[in-house]
Structure formats: C-alpha cells, structure tokens
Design a protein. Sequence first.
Length: 659
Amino acid sequence: MVTATDAASATEVPINDTIRSLVDRHGELERSRIEAGVRRVAERWNEGDGGSAAFQKLCNDFFVPVAQRGRLLDRLEQGLEFVGGHLYEMRRHLRRWSDLRGEEMPFVDDMLATFDPAPDLSEEGYRQKIAFVALLNFERPKLEEMLRDGPHWSVDRWAESRLGQHFGPRIPKTVNDLGRAVSHRANQWVAKFHIPVGTLRDEHGICHFEPGRKLLAHWLVREEIKAGYNDPDAAKGLAKQRVLAWVMARHIEGSIPESIMNADGDSPWDPRSNTVGGAATTATIGLARYQRWNEQRDLAFTVDRHHPEHPTAIDRKCEVAREIPEREVERLLRDLLSSPVRRPLAAFLGKRLRRALEPFDIYFDEFADAKPAEEMNALVAGLATDAASLERKLPEILRGLGFPSDDAEFLGTRIKVEIARGSGHAMRPQLPEYGAWLRTSSLEHEIGWDGFDTAMHELGHTIEQLVSTHFVPRSALRGVPNTACTEAFAFLYQSLGKRVLGITDEADEQRGFDVDCVQTLASACQIAGPALLELQVWNWIYRHPTESPEALRDEVLRVADQLWREFYLEDFGPDPYHILAAYQHMIAHPLYLPDYPLGHIISHQIRSHLRGKDLASETRRICSIGRVTPDLWMRRAVGEGMSVAALTRDAAAALTRIA
C-alpha cells in the first residue's frame, strides 16, 4: 500500500489496488489516465473524506473513459460556471459601498465588503466530491508542460486543463477568512491614505494648494507632479514638483508628521526639512505602511503551507496567476531597462524640459503637445459632465473608435460607469447576463481630464472583459491569460482618449504613432523599476521571514537605491526620495506591479500589429482567443511571443523623427 498525505490530515489510501481494479475494468489503454487520476485524488484525500473503501468507491464510480470525457467536461464546465459566476456577482455587489464615493457607513460597509456567502467553497468542492471527480478525470498540467505542448492543444484540451486546474489546494476556511480580511484592511488603508497638502510650502515658501486639499498617495501625488509640467510658469511648476517629491519621500519612509495627517492647525509644512511651522517633530505616522506589508507577508506564509505545488507567493503569482515564469518576468523588465534606446529617450526628455533631469521626471510621459488642465477639463465637460452622462456616451465613443453600430451598442450598454472612492478600477462580469463595471475618479463637480483619462484606461479593461466573456470558444476559457494582457487593452484604449475628445491630428498618423511609442517606452521604464523592486523585496522576505517593519522599510529603501544606481542614475541624477518605492500597489495588491510594464510591452506589440488594421475587429478577435498561456496568446494575437523588441525598435525610430 502506498501512502498519500494531505496537509490537513494524513491518511492512507490504497492507490495501487485502486489502479489495478480500474485497469481491469476499463482496459490497458486507459492505464496512464487511471494512474495519473488516482494519484491526483490521493494527493488531496484526507481523513475527513473517508477511509480506503470510500476512496476506492469514488474512483470506481466516477472514473470516466476517454470516450465519455467530453460529456463530463460539458457538465462540470456549466455547473462550475453557474456556481462561481453567481457567487462572484454577490461578492462584487457587496463591495459597492466600500468601493464607491458616497455616503459612508464605515463599519457596515466594511462588514458587507468582507462578507463571503461561500467562504468554504473550495473545501466544499472536495467534501462533496466534485473536486475529486474533476481531478480523477482531468489533468492538472504544470506551466512547463503548457508552454511546451499548449500550442498543439485543441480548444477542448485547453478547457480540460482549465477544469483540472480549477480545484487547487485545500485551503481551510479560516485561511480564506484571514485572506479576505487582510486584503480588505490593506485596500482600505491605501484608499484612505490622503495626504493633506493645504499647508505645504515649496522651497520659495509658496503653497500650491487650497486649504483642506488632500492627495491620495501615491497616485494623486504623482498626478500633481505630472501636472507641474503644464504650468505656464516653468520655475513655479518645478518648485511644485520638488516639494511633492519630498511629500512622496516622507510617505515612503513613514516620516509624515502626525499633525499634518490629522490636519491639526494651519502651520506651514516644509517636507524637505520635514518641519511644521519651522520646528521639527518626532510624532510621525511611523511604519504603518510596512506593518500592512508584513500583514500581507504573514498571510502569504499562512497560505504557503497549503500550496505544495507553488509554495511561495512569488510562485503563485508568476506560475499560476500570471503564467509567466519569474525568470522570464525579470528578464523582460531588465531587457527593457537596459535597452540602449533609453539614452536617446533621456536626451529627448531633457531637450523637451530644457533642464537637467531630476528623479521625478521618470513620471514625464506627455510627449504630445500638452494643453492647460482647464482646457482639457472643458473638453471633457463637452463630452460628459458626470458618470451617468459618460455612461450614456459609451456607445457613441465606441462608434467613433470604429466599432460597428451593433457592437458599439452591445458593448457600450453593458458597461456601468461609477465614481470610485479611491483610484479607478474595472470589475468584469463572470456570467454573460451581467455587465462590466467601470470606476473612475472625478473632480468635485466634474469628471475632469484626469478622471476621463482613467475612464479610458478602465474602458479598455471593460471592453476586453465583455468580449472575453461573450465571444470565447468555451466558458472555461473566459477571460485573458493574466492581468498583463488585460492591462494591454487598458493602456491601448487610454492612448485613444485625446482622439475621443477630437484633439489629435489624424492627418499625421505617423506622428501620433511615434509619440505613443515614446510615451509607452517612458511609462514602461518608469514602472519597471518599482516592479523589479517588489520582486526583489519579496525574495528578501522569503530569505528573512521574521523581520520587523523597520527592517522591511530599510530593505525597500536599499533596493530602491540599488536599482536607481543601476538603471536610472545616469539619466535622472541622484534620488534622495527613493521614488521607486512609492507605489501603493505593493501594499494593497502584492506582486501586481510587474503586470503594468508587461502590459505596456504587450500593448505596444498589439498596437504595432494593429497599424493599418481595424481596431474594433482586431480587439474582438484577440480578446476572443481565450485563456491560454500569455506566450501562446501573444503568438496567436500578433504572431510572436512577448518581447521588448517591438517597443524599443519602434521607439528608437520614433525618436529620430520627433526629436
């Protein structure tokens, strides 16, 4: 008798005897499937599932010969779609009050947002044996096998693999509860971390913001830095950028004075010297950011124990969620940051700004002729004034982008537009009868350019979500391979925002493409550094699993310094701000950051491929491919795997034309 164990409770099951009885019943031609399926069931079987007799009975009763496997695939695919889809819709509706701007009931809103109507669904799949039926009959291919053999698989074979992968390790309810609570606390902390800047003073003693103004870290601090490039008074804009960079630095290291965060008084705050009213303060916000990060670390360690196949958060993000090996992710990021095209890009940026570059200039990505914020806001107001009017305009916007009227109506009327409490986001439907949710930010009485720009990004997400829900070949393949792929369409549609407002020069298509190439390269390089930082810090976390928030903070600052020296110092000078560590995604969405530069890389490959082709039909074709691996998805979408070559090549050529 071979022994199989489960992380929850070890038990012995008669693997060899069960294999023999099934081979006797179904024949030698089924032996390899029988052996693999029985062993997969044994790996997950625990004491609570029953003894040897129960194990043998399940295998004998539910093993399906290959001739009937298609019927089983159909049954399980539809059943899981129904259960998972409706539960997802419940969960996303319960988050509404927590996600959206409006009247708050903090304790109730948080309770509803974290309420899960089926917290033990994964375990119930095993307890009620559906998971075992799937594992017995369908393979769980490893990423290595999918990358090697996936290009030769049929649609049904891909659906079988997704069904086999649907039932992961047995995660106890208490762990799922903990994960939901930690994630919600982190998201709420980030969403509510608005830094008061009404008393902020720059190096000349000037305040750039009205009393009571707050900026969400890091997103709106970054956006205000970018807004400084459009200031008619260049010196004033630069002073504003420098003082905001110091605000970001204090946020990163945890040294913002408590009196500032609590909006106590009206004494001027100089973040460079970190003084309030000319006096230093020892009462700061401290290490709350890194305490939240360590909560995510502790959660990851708790989950690790139940994932023998992927025993680290890095493995699960790269191998399972992203389906791109970590080494490949890092290679793509380093290929991007070490590309020779970055030298002419920096030279062009310096020429554009007419000064030596400073660290926050990594955020500069407006290479088209910029219009004043007031003019941009007015143009947006001419299109839509609030979420409801923007929602009504979506079919018209899609028609303007070349979608046939029927498709524009079908997609545009299935998107709900709302104003988020924090930054923008999109939420896909899991069942065709539901729509996608587009959330964006807005000014107090209008959407404004920043809100519209975000909305166009989220429109790309929602178009992908709807197409990959309604038009994929099987429901088991709904979606795109990973978030980098959906970010590709978000960035693509975001780049079309000015066209929607009618302010692009369509007569000069080449220049428009060139400008977009340069902007995409700049954006990708800007966030590739933070993405590498996060990967390196998580590897450090696994080597130092018990370190304090202070030690984590120090390591984050050290890695930020190291990466800055390696990839940014030559062009942007020394960085006293540790600006690569600013991104709050690291707290709320661990290990998500690489999806942004990967999305830029993929987006440009798609954009380059789409030149001379129809945006609408190609969007539908590519987003209908289904949830295969990202590498295969890209090969089918544009004819080659993921590579920085198209972006760096096109950007280098573009710089020679627009410099």
